[in-house]
Design a protein around this ligand. Structure first.
Ligand code: PCD
Length: 793
């Protein structure tokens, strides 16, 4: 899709970094089909692994007979949970401190769970042998609806956990319950609404997979895998397998989309490692589409109750919410230890409130483990949806225009840095101009007039608004860690003698364009053109430690590291330059790539001259070592808080209840922009995700726990046909604590668009007295809503 409308402010302060819209350095490789993905890895003697999965959601394993499979042609090994158990490998820790079965030993707990694996000469031999494994199951009742998980008669899913007698996973609360109750009790107006954010799946184009190569002579494990967090995975493998960490190399090559799906460690990765150790050969495991959809990390699955208190004239006073979170059979999400519900605590949105309170209960069910933060900084997507939906419910009740209601309540610029009612500190924001710009691009007043006319004629047109603030860039070591690992990022920069450079990152791109944007950041600081800077990532042997790419943290954390490491190199270059020019450091002026003697513009040395001197012959100033390189580990002092205003226009066919997204206006503020073209691409992708979630996507189950969305025939994802030409604009409010003022943006559109779309559809249905309907707004759901029969999903 194209950008029909792009608003470029005149103001110079709003210029992106120097190399702005430069084309992506990685694309020549991708457009020629020369990307190298995990499934492209071919090693001599490599074997193939296939996984036998449970056909049922909940059952005790009575017996597993593998004799026929072992005798099948080409089969090298068949491994069950029992065999793994003998090595202490049947269970592994998850990134949220739960444990998960690598292969089931006692019970299967969701349909698609890993039960056994076969290693064979090729993929087909491995798959064929799976059918010869004979498993006897003793069926148990499944728990499918989270709302029934805590009923006394519910079967206990996690009886593997010591003393566990129910399906309770965790409780979490934030805010001030009493203060909130006081505000609610005294308020003119209270509106409450039950809201479901259905289970969806990130469904990246490339499924998950790995190639494991254990060399018994070196004692070294090399693992190519589809991971968004190679260093964190390496540490976990060291902990699970007892292999020394320096003998594990995790390589994340080109990745065909992550979207949070590639953050967790999946049993398949561990099986590939075990397979290689057992057979003494390299072993490849690659999921198919259905395996990816039924067994890997899903997202969302929150049943929420939202309550909002306000004055009669629309001043929002307080928000309260109660959430039931379905985490599936194992809590497989990656979340900072102290925040089991991630950044849901930012459910207070972009508004100036007096009080807020959230209570959450998480439960286990017989569904695939999760829930990953799919294009969502640790559950902020659910929080934004809740607050933006409930604000619209309030507008409906007060008969106020939803744009005016928001404008009346947005935080004001002088309130930043703003501490929310749940204790988060929004670093910076200037909300009203963002909202006004979106309304201006949309032609908001004109749209409302058009809508009024259409309503006269019985046509269903809806206008939906969402205003969001996100918390991205986890995070400060003092506040957050994952399994005891602090969330800082390393970065290393080496400048070669001829002035070309290599920057090594701890984060890993899955398509976001880091090879380009990180070169741009370094280029801006050190004056070497971005084409002369290579970006290396995704290989633990060759990059500094860091926690990986998710929660739009690469720019806020690693991007800051890249700017600072370049400044460190520049500081050293300045000292060398002062020696070369025989002046003091204070007499030098840095201008785009060269040091100039103040007041003597003719005398200067370029960064390339300095690089040669740093490595070459001739004296260096006292105490300065040769070479031109530096390394740092950046610990952010706060998260960054991007914001945005989205407006969606839909037409609903009164005869078929089909929703058409006619226009979508997205104005984003991610602080200083590095590459506006890449940002627009990120926004277009996220908006498309949003259309999918709002209108089409849901991983559903039948009462027996059969997954009904196990292929892309049933799990609908949007294509270019379902989306309009996106209209984007931007404002720039730099982050005060980020060295270049940048905030993350990769997930903004996925977070902000579902409420805008749902608000638009509900607005279209206003003539039917509809004030809420749950996603996905498929024609049948919209039809039911029009007939007053909105059924709970
Ligand atoms: N940027 C710029 N500027 C600014 C910001 C940003 O330029 N201011 C850019 C950068 O550089 C990059 C991008 O943009 O390139 C993005 O960023 P960020 O926001 O920082 O983010 P990151 O970290 O990098 O990434 C991540 C994200 C996420 S998180 C997700 S989901 C998704 C997104 O990203 N994924 C993906 N996007 C994307 N794209 C693609 N292509 N693919 C993929 O896969 Mo999660 O948590 O994981 O769920």
């Amino acid at each position: 899709t194209t950008t029909a409308h792009r608003v470029e402010p005149e103001n110079n302060d709003h210029k992106p970094l120097g190399h702005g819209r430069m084309l992506r350095k990685e694309d020549p490789r991708f457009v020629r089909g020369r990307g190298r993905y995990v499934d492209d890895v071919q090693l001599p003697g490599m074997l193939h692994l296939a996984i036998l999965r449970s056909p049922v959601a909940h059952a005790r394993i009575v017996s597993i007979d593998v004799t026929a499979a072992q005798a099948s042609p080409g089969v090298r090994a068949v491994v069950t949970g029992e065999a793994l158990g003998e090595q202490g490998l049947a269970w592994m820790p998850t990134l949220s401190g739960d444990v998960q079965a690598v292969l089931a030993t006692d019970k299967v707990r969701f349909q698609g769970q890993e039960v056994a694996f076969v290693v064979a000469d090729d993929r087909y031999a491995a798959r064929d042998a799976l059918e010869l494994i004979d498993v006897e199951y003793d069926m148990l009742d499944p728990v499918i609806d989270a709302r029934t998980a805590l009923a006394p008669e519910a079967p206990v899913i996690r009886d593997d956990l010591d003393g566990k007698s129910d399906n309770h996973c965790f409780d979490w609360e934030t805010g001030d319950a009493e203060a909130t109750e006081r505000v609610f009790a005294a308020a003119d107006v209270v509106v409450s609404q039950d809201i479901v954010y259905p289970r969806v799946h990130p469904a990246p184009m490339e499924t998950c997979g790995a190639v494991a190569d254990f060399d018994p002579v070196e004692g070294k494990l090399r693992l190519w895998s589809t991971t968004q967090a190679p260093h964190a995975h390496r540490t976990l493998y060291a902990m699970v397998a007892g292999l020394p960490e320096h003998k594990i190399q995790v390589i994340s090559p080109d990745i065909g989309g992550g979207f949070g799906n590639k953050v967790p460690i999946y049993p398949g990765y561990v099986c590939a490692i075990v397979g290689s150790i057992v057979t003494g050969k390299p072993v490849k495991w690659m999921e198919d589409r259905s395996e990816n959809l039924i067994s890997t990390g899903f997202a969302r699955d929150y049943v929420m109750r939202g309550e909002i208190a306000a004055t009669r004239d629309g001043k929002i006073l307080a928000i309260r919410t109660n959430v039931l979170a379905d985490h599936g059979a194992f809590n497989g999400t990656a979340a900072p230890v102290k925040y089991p519900a991630g950044f849901f605590g930012v459910f207070t949105g972009s508004y100036d409130l007096q009080a807020a309170y959230c209570k959450m209960t998480a439960v286990y069910t017989n569904k695939a483990p999760g829930g990953v933060a799919y294009a969502c900084s640790f559950r902020i997507t659910e929080a934004v949806y809740l607050v933006e939906r409930i604000v619209d419910c309030l507008a409906y009740r007060l008969e106020m225009d939803p744009a005016q209601l928001r404008l009346k309540n947005l935080l004001r610029p002088e309130q930043f840095p703003y501490t929310t009612r749940t204790g988060w500190v929004y670093d910076s924001g200037n909300y009203e101009p963002t909202m006004r710009l979106a309304m201006e691009i949309a032609g908001y007043e004109e749209l409302r007039r058009e809508q009024a006319e259409k309503r006269e004629r019985g046509e269903l047109m809806g206008i939906g608004i969402a205003f969001f603030t996100e918390a991205v860039g986890a995070g400060p070591r003092k506040d957050m860690d994952i399994l005891g690992l602090g969330m800082a990022d390393g970065c290393e920069l080496r400048v070669h003698p001829t002035g070309k450079a290599v920057v090594r990152l701890s984060v890993q791109t899955q398509g976001q364009g880091h090879e380009t944007t990180f070169a741009q950041i370094v280029a801006e600081e050190i004056g070497i053109p971005p084409d002369d800077i290579d970006v290396l990532h995704g290989d633990t042997d060759n990059t500094p430690f860091g926690l990986g790419t998710y929660g739009s943290r690469s720019t806020p954390v690693s991007g800051a590291a890249a700017a600072l490491v370049a400044r460190k190199v520049r500081d050293k270059a300045r000292i060398i330059a002062s020696g070369m020019l025989e002046v003091s450091v204070a007499d030098l002026e840095w201008r785009k790539g060269a040091f100039h003697v103040k007041g003597d513009p003719g005398r200067s040395v370029t960064i390339q001259d300095v690089a040669m001197r740093a490595h070459g012959a001739g004296d260096l100033p006292d105490g300065i070592e040769g070479g031109l390189e530096a390394q740092i580990c950046y610990n952010p002092s706060n998260l960054t808080y991007p914001h945005g205003a989205y407006i969606c226009v839909v037409d609903v066919d009164p005869g078929t209840a089909q929703v058409k997204v006619r226009r979508f206006i997205a104005v984003d503020d991610c602080g200083t922009r590095i590459n506006p073209m890449i940002i627009e691409g990120q926004v277009h992708g996220g908006l498309t995700d949003g259309v999918g979630m709002a209108l089409m996507e849901m991983i559903a189950f039948d009462p027996d726990g059969n997954c009904l969305g196990a292929s892309l025939m049933d799990y609908l994802i949007p294509t270019a046909l379902e989306v309009p030409d996106w209209e984007t604009g931007f404002t720039v409010t730099p982050s005060p604590h980020h060295p270049i003022g940048a905030k993350g943006v990769g997930e903004s559109a996925t977070v902000g668009s579902p409420p805008a779309i749902v608000n638009a559809v509900v607005d279209a249905l206003k003539p039917f007295g509809v004030s809420h309907a749950d996603m996905p707004l498929t024609p049948s759901r919209v039809w039911d809503a029009m007939r007053g029969a909105a059924r709970p999903p």
